[in-house]
Design a protein around this ligand. Structure first.
Ligand code: ADP
Ligand code: MG
Length: 352
């Protein structure tokens, strides 16, 4: 395998607040492979955005990186001077968010915005920038790009606006695209169109993508690998197949059981009882232990290491220890497995 595009190692970030120090993420280690979509999944507050904001060095003032490194092209992004970072942001590293309006200037024609982005970051003349802007608008599926070039953001629907933002993010050919819940605000049909677009673009342009979502349901169709995050820690990671067919951490199983799928009625959904721990005083041991009915005594006391499930698949739960009792975590998941199998298969065939 070629070298990783990005290597996050042992990353811990705190926030100073009036209530105390929030330990938002702890010892996060993640690798992004070339050309892949890595999904970062977990309930709200689990540390997904903080992780990628640290990569981009866009943390708020009350944040402190306590440990770790973010390696990109042989350099630690955490040690780069702001000027170097500015060059990388938007050029090598691009980001899109849930609300496309945060990235768009409501008073500027969209074509001009895309063009300006390119002019700012690259040495290119106006005429070529315009050609490129039009081409990328067409690539992201804007019909009548020439006409639409002159429109303002309010003249587009939510889904089309997100396409404009994606065009702007991709026009400088970034090596890495961070997509932070980019479809959460969209309705289901538009959501699946945008997911397809992201997948198609990464195939065509070779951009590696970190795709953040709280919704495991959208992951099967778009991701190559999945990392599951909870209370600031990665609990499990593996290929899409590993995670959907052979989930090992009770939290991953809980997420799968509580995710609606389009073909199922709500009756089979099981929500995860309880709430995530307070991150000012995070628990010792597996942070999910308190919500895990299979938790062993040791889960409350000692942080489980990553147990290797296969070459691609690791999970941090004491249930994988040789001495642990055998439990049947995945009962009732069979129907879901079939559903996801269909989705993954469908995507695989589209690649043929
Ligand atoms: P996610 O993106 O997974 O929903 P975040 O990464 O945004 O979660 O947040 C992780 C944790 O960090 C949460 O507990 C959140 O309350 C805390 N946090 C995020 N930003 C701040 C901040 N500016 N000040 C204090 N705590 C914060
Ligand atoms: Mg977030």
């Amino acid at each position: 395998m070629a070298e990783d595009v990005l290597t996050i190692k042992n990353l811990s970030v705190d926030f100073k607040t009036l209530e105390g120090t929030v330990h938002a993420i702890r010892n996060v280690t993640l690798k992004l492979h070339p050309g892949e979509v890595l999904a970062l999944v977990g309930e709200s507050g689990s540390g997904k955005s903080v992780t990628t904001k640290t990569v981009m060095q866009l943390l708020p003032k009350n944040a402190e990186v306590v440990s770790g490194s973010v390696e990109y092209e042989g350099r630690d992004l955490l040690k780069l001077p702001e000027k170097e970072l500015q060059k990388l942001r938007g050029n090598d590293l691009a980001e899109i968010f849930q609300d496309p309006m945060t990235a768009l200037d409501p008073t500027m024609r969209v074509g001009k915005q895309i063009m300006e982005h390119l002019l700012q970051h690259q040495d290119i003349n106006k005429e070529d920038a315009k050609k490129k802007a039009l081409a990328i608008m067409e690539k992201v599926g804007i019909v009548n790009a020439k006409e639409r070039f002159k429109n303002f953001p309010y003249q587009f629907s939510g889904g089309m606006r997100q396409r404009i933002v994606i065009a702007m993010a991709l026009i400088c050919n970034p090596k890495i695209l961070i997509a932070d819940e980019p479809t959460t605000a969209l309705d289901v049909t538009i959501q699946s169109q945008i997911l397809k677009l992201i997948k198609q673009l990464k195939d065509e342009l070779g951009t590696a993508v970190i795709f953040i979502t709280h919704d495991l349901g959208v992951v099967a169709g778009v991701a190559d690998r999945v990392a599951v995050m909870y209370a600031g820690r990665i609990l499990e990671f593996g290929s899409v197949n590993d995670i959907f067919y052979y989930p090992q951490h009770p939290y991953t199983v809980g997420l799968l059981k509580s995710t609606p799928t389009m073909e199922m009625d709500g009756g089979d959904l099981e929500s995860i009882p309880g709430t995530p721990p307070n991150l000012i005083n995070p628990p010792a041991g597996d942070p999910f232990a308190y919500r895990n009915r299979y938790a062993l005594k040791i889960d409350f006391k000692k942080l489980p290491p990553f147990f290797k499930v296969s070459d691609t698949h690791y999970a941090a739960t004491w249930l994988l220890d040789k001495q642990a009792p055998k439990v049947h975590l995945t009962d009732k998941l069979d129907q879901r497995r079939q559903h996801y199998a269909k989705l993954v298969e469908k995507e695989a065939h589209q690649d043929d």
